[in-house]
Design a protein around this ligand. Structure first.
Ligand code: CO
Length: 136
């Protein structure tokens, strides 16, 4: 089940460059930075009320984000919904014939498990589904 919009991701060539705009001009704060090897990206999360902006930059030349920036330039890259059971959601979508980028969960930022739905299946926007880590 989808719970909420977890974050909206923006592809940028350099997180720190764009972070200055969010921090100095909008008064927001990059609260968390992380490298996500599974996606070959470096990310910075900016809390905004109940949700967050994720700045995503390529961590290597063969990162999917490097390809995105080359083709489309910086801008909106994906929307992420929080789900309570990522494996079940991906299974359900796969069974329904929805085109997926990940048919099984992969590691995301913050210890999450995530999977992406292909933009061709969603009306043009890449959608990430994300299950938060269990809190003990
Ligand atoms: Co994301």
């Amino acid at each position: 089940m989808i719970k909420k919009i977890d974050h909206i991701a923006i592809a940028v060539p350099d997180i720190e460059d764009v972070a200055r705009f969010y921090e100095e001009k909008l008064g927001l704060k990059v609260a968390h930075r992380e490298t996500v090897p599974a996606s070959k990206v470096r990310v910075g999360f900016i809390p905004v009320g109940q949700t967050r902006i994720e700045l995503v930059q390529p961590d290597s030349a063969d990162s999917p984000i490097a390809g995105f920036l080359e083709k489309r330039g910086p801008g909106l890259q994906h929307i992420c919904f929080e789900v309570d059971d990522i494996a079940a959601e991906l299974e359900k979508l796969k069974a329904a014939g929805v085109r997926l980028i990940n048919e099984t969960p992969v590691p995301g930022a913050h210890g999450t498990r995530v999977g992406f739905i292909h933009p061709k299946a969603t009306g043009g926007v890449l959608i990430e589904l994300s299950q938060p880590p269990d809190r003990d």
